[in-house]
Design a protein around this ligand. Sequence first.
Ligand code: SAH
Length: 490
Amino acid sequence: MSTPRQPRETRSAGLEPLAVLPVFVPLQGKRAVLAGSNGGAPWKVKLLAAAGAAVDVYAPEPSEELRAVPADIAAGSVTLHERQWQPADLQACAFAIGAMEDEDDCIAFVAAAREAGAIVNAVDRPHLCDVKFGAIVNRSPLVVGISTEGAAPVFGQTVRARIEGMLPRGFKTWVGAARDWRERVSERFHGFAERRAFWERFTDRAFAEPAHVPTEADLAELLGATEAAPKGGAVTLVGAGPGDAELLTLKALRALRNADVILYDDLVAPDILDYARREARTMLVGKTGHGPSCRQDDINALMVQLAKAGKQVVRLKSGDPLVFGRAGEEIEACRLAGIPVSVVPGVSAAQGAAASLGVSLTHRDAARRLQFVTGHDRKGELPEDLNWGALADPSVTTVVYMPKRTLRLLLERAVAEGLSPGTPALVTFNATRPDQAVVIGTAADLADRIEAAGLEGPAILMVGEALRLGATAIAADQASAAQSFSTALR
Ligand code: SAH
């Protein structure tokens, strides 16, 4: 049925187009110049000074607000010169801002500043700017810059407010401590993996106790804990969920960020890989229901070999790794090879589909039991040894994974074994993904409906009285959507 194939290295899709390139300009101890005194001038002078620059301001008629700036700064320095700027004023200037009302004066200033090698900004004149300012969240040395490239300033401000709320004030001291400790940590740990482990531990602590001011005692403890932690490669089986990346667990995210190598299946949604560390190797080991697959032995061997070479290996599987994922064999291969192996659970397709549909799998008026069944045996056929009595039970909800090839046979047989033909049955294609689609019917007619629908993608079958309420609601929604669609066509 399936031709074997080899694991193959894959590359992430790369960057989407960027409206602007965000870069950060160090100005500590450098000279900056602002000329003019329009409305934007005072704030810009404060920004330059806050970044540590020595700012010379040239303004023949400074506003009251601009005059007040030199007395109101916490870093850098500001000198106000009450006269028109001259080209010589721009010597050794790293950053220049034109804030004059007169366009021609501004054009001359920008030309002189560029001549002097400065980075140039002109207040309210985007066409004259080398660089533009965005909104800022300041937890220095942690600095977040936000731009909508002029498209939606209010939107940008709201994003800024959200990020403000997400970043506790205490991050300032934690990131400051990181800067102060960086060298000592690098001296203590020479390997990349250990250093990274230290900084992960450090970051976890900062997130857990943002208000705590880090001390030397914290440093000693974090260094000690990192040293004591087991070293070398390891394998983590990670559940990627059914598709929607927001269903990843925090542990899954962390494992992805930590991984040196990620071995993933075709069923893993591409978005999920975007959460990996950029430097991580990604390898498609391609186990699909029907298409060509890598041999399980090859996957096991590759996983073990990479971990033995000291790599942090993530074996990324769709849904939950322990549900119809052959995880047992992978875990055993690692244990036999003496490789530490752990599992991060994920949202299984059944849970993802049920949640998107808003159906309870165990509605207490209808279901006493929930069972997960495979529609495939090793040969891709309907398994001979399914418990048909259990499938015909009127008080069970059955979820069938890999149902596509055998769905008609399975439902026919269940009905023959006593399942009521009118039992609600539905198939969700591409659960939790943007192209999710549902086909609803009964045990008796679902197979025909699926055939007529001609849908593609991973699919999961659910059967049982517990689905009746949900199925009726979804069918009504679909009918009204179809109605408005045909109305629109008229
Ligand atoms: N470990 C996975 C199951 C792997 S078996 C889990 O817990 O979900 C592969 C089967 O899972 C597919 O044939 C299909 O039945 C189901 N499946 C996985 N992702 C799905 C999705 N997004 N929508 C519908 N079914 C899905």
